[in-house]
Design a protein around this ligand. Structure first.
Ligand code: ADP
Ligand code: ASP
Ligand code: MG
Length: 424
């Protein structure tokens, strides 16, 4: 007997037939004698619809107040998961399985106060553990918790992954299975490169980079939690026949295991390629080249909660003036330009130029630590396809390259084959 947390994403619960199919996956584990908690997302498209409703509410006339109250945003967008948790509980009951739904506040899953992007602080698991011991399946609404202000709080887009891993840690589960519309983590997004290969295992550090550089198969925070709490996490498909051979394998279920790097016997130099769309670049021309300039630029941007990513500063020709270029999410460009112009005197630049619709493509692999020339191969491969590089950043285990939006898919496929990822 094991204790298992099973998470099903939006496409897996997109309609009643799929919810019924999810119930069959759960039944398989229950019939095998395991204690099961399930975490569900909203039906696919639902959260987007709810967010759209909030964002399209009229603004208060003549007010500079925030567009909407983030606590009400959370009250609205958390509702999608409330529906699917109830529906799945009913589907399970109809199969003769003892099950009930749990909202985040009922457990409670306690979060901090950052509405819309809250972090889980603590989960009170005793009640669920007791009921699982009595044979009841807990169906938990993902993506939501309860803030210190006693209000609903949501965990940021893709947050049900984080709910699942956090619950698996709190319940001391043997395994956390993230069921989605692909049968594992691939060398790159299989929607962009059909030759992408499924990985049997991927190291926590690599998955962290993949997720934070755009591979949305897992929310970044869920990978952090899995790494810290050593949760045995698998990414697998909900679309396979729930009763196909091997689906109920306790130790080696089909899918990709996220694990410590020393569990991976044959470590490749490059493990995967990720991409993030909707990046924008801002350049400040003829900046004064003196101490304090970077602080004058990035301090106010940080205060405005604008996430700055790649930063490139040119060496000044005459020792007095230089250029600085950095990237922000496309959606934040206007806000960033406003902050910069409000601080123009203090910063001391001539003009600010911006360009939106860029894409960041990243090459990720722990093996890079001990191999030279990995970046050079990327630059050569992109040059051969005539793709211009606008900015580069590197770390020990990744190289990120900024390019024009229309080249995104070509760049992903080019890098994927440059490192031989399409060959097994
Ligand atoms: P869910 O609704 O189940 O949470 P998501 O849409 O959030 O599913 O994540 C699954 C999607 O992630 C896949 O359909 C796939 O297009 C995308 N994806 C991006 N990069 C990868 C990758 N390296 N491996 C697998 N899937 C990836
Ligand atoms: N439903 C939420 C979203 O679409 C959470 C999730 O699916 O993980 O972002
Ligand atoms: Mg997701």
């Amino acid at each position: 007997m094991a204790r298992i947390v099973m998470k099903f994403g939006g496409t897996s619960v997109a309609d009643l037939a799929r919810i019924h199919n999810v119930a069959r996956h759960v039944k398989r584990e229950v019939d095998a004698g395991h204690e099961v908690a399930v975490v569900v997302s909203a039906m696919s498209g639902k959260t987007n619809e709810l967010v759209g409703w909030v964002e399209n509410m009229p603004k208060v006339a003549g007010s500079n107040a925030p567009f909407y109250d983030a606590r009400e945003y959370d009250a609205i967008v958390a509702s999608g998961e409330q529906v699917t948790s109830g529906l799945l509980a009913i589907a399970l009951q109809s199969m003769g399985i003892n099950a009930r739904s749990w909202q985040g506040w009922q457990i409670p899953i306690k979060t901090d106060n950052a509405h819309g992007a809250a972090r889980i602080l603590d989960i009170e698991g005793a009640d669920i553990i007791r009921r699982m011991g009595e044979g009841q399946v807990a169906v938990v609404a993902g993506f939501q918790g309860l803030g210190p202000d006693n209000r609903l709080a949501t965990l940021g887009r893709g947050g049900s992954d984080t709910s699942a891993v956090a619950i698996a840690a709190a319940l001391k589960s043997d395994r956390c299975d993230i069921y989605t519309d692909v049968d594992g983590v691939y060398t790159t997004d299989p929607r962009i490169e059909p030759k992408a290969r499924r990985l049997k295992k991927i190291a926590f550090e690599e998955m962290l980079e993949m997720a934070s550089l755009g591979a949305k198969v897992l929310q970044v925070r869920s990978v952090e939690l899995a790494m810290v709490h050593k949760v045995r996490t698998f990414v697998r498909s909900s679309f396979e026949d729930p009763d196909a051979p091997g689906m109920g394998d306790l130790l080696n279920p089909p899918g990709t295991l996220i694990c410590d790097e020393d569990e991976i016997v044959e470590q490749e130099v490059v493990t995967g390629i990720a991409y993030a769309k909707d990046e924008a670049q801002i350049s400040l021309r003829r900046l004064a080249d003196r101490p304090g300039v970077s602080a004058a630029i990035f301090g106010p941007l940080a205060e405005a909660h604008i996430n700055v990513d790649m930063i490139v500063q040119n060496i000044s020709e005459d020792g007095s003036k230089t250029d600085m270029t950095f990237t922000v999410p496309s959606g934040d460009v206007n806000k960033a330009l406003k902050v910069l112009s409000d601080n123009k005197e203090k910063i001391g630049y001539d003009v600010a130029q911006s360009e939106s619709g860029l894409v960041k493509v990243s090459v990720i692999g722990i093996g890079m630590r001990s191999h030279a020339g990995v970046a050079a191969s990327a630059f050569r491969a992109l040059a051969d396809k005539g793709i211009n590089i606008k900015a580069i950043t590197t770390s020990e285990i990744k190289i990120s390259i900024l390019i024009d939006g229309p080249y995104a898919e070509l760049a992903v496929r080019t890098l994927h084959s440059a490192y031989g990822l399409d060959k097994s």
